[in-house]
Design a protein around this ligand. Structure first.
Ligand SMILES: CC(C)(COP(=O)(O)OP(=O)(O)OC[C@H]1O[C@@H](n2cnc3c(N)ncnc32)[C@H](O)[C@@H]1OP(=O)(O)O)[C@@H](O)C(=O)NCCC(=O)NCCS
Length: 150
């Protein structure tokens, strides 16, 4: 674990450049434009959170809260800060913001073994498969049940 202060908060317009740059770095030809991320800030069902380490941008997570599901659309951690549980904290943050949502659902490329390991470590399991879902890859559908206290 990093011996530093990790803070997760709602993203603001001023964070979009960092988010877009990290998205381009890790998702290459599948990256979103900064306009796409900016649009998310105004959607009432969308939540975009950023992680910071001592005020340095460390990663983000984007999800839609629709009916009883949280759809995890994107998550990325700055490479130098990966494997320090920041991704885990970002997913936990989504769960902490759940209202009536009963599960988190997502799609992941079947070639992205590190992300599949990551989600599995958090208790997600595979519920489906979509052939040729991405331009070059198939998608695995995963979900995790949210256990609300009370
Ligand atoms: C996936 C990602 C967000 C994980 O973030 P992270 O902060 O590094 O993850 P964590 O430190 O919370 O990892 C928790 C556990 O997940 C698993 N895991 C995470 N990254 C892994 C990797 N590269 N290889 C294998 N297992 C991994 C491990 O079990 C890890 O626990 P451990 O470090 O004690 O072994 C990060 O690797 C990333 O940004 N990848 C590029 C973008 C991406 O692929 N996003 C998902 C698209 S669907």
């Amino acid at each position: 674990m990093l011996n530093k202060n990790i803070l997760i908060r709602k993203a603001h317009y001023q964070d979009i450049a960092d988010i877009g740059a990290l998205d381009a770095l890790v998702f290459h030809e599948n990256a979103w434009s900064t306009e796409n991320f900016t649009r998310e800030l105004s959607l009432h069902f969308s939540r975009l959170f950023v992680a910071g380490i001592d005020k340095q941008f460390a990663g983000f997570i984007l999800a839609w809260y629709i009916a009883d599901e949280i759809q995890l659309l994107r998550i990325a951690v700055v490479p130098q800060f990966q494997r320090h549980k920041i991704g885990t904290m970002l997913v936990q943050h989504l769960i902490n913001h759940a209202d009536n949502q009963k599960k988190i659902v997502l799609e992941v490329a079947d070639t992205n073994s590190s992300a599949i390991n990551f989600y599995t470590s958090l208790g997600f399991y595979s519920v489906g498969f979509r052939k040729d879902y991405y331009r070059f890859d198939n998608a695995i559908l995963m979900e995790k049940i949210i256990h609300h206290e009370n």
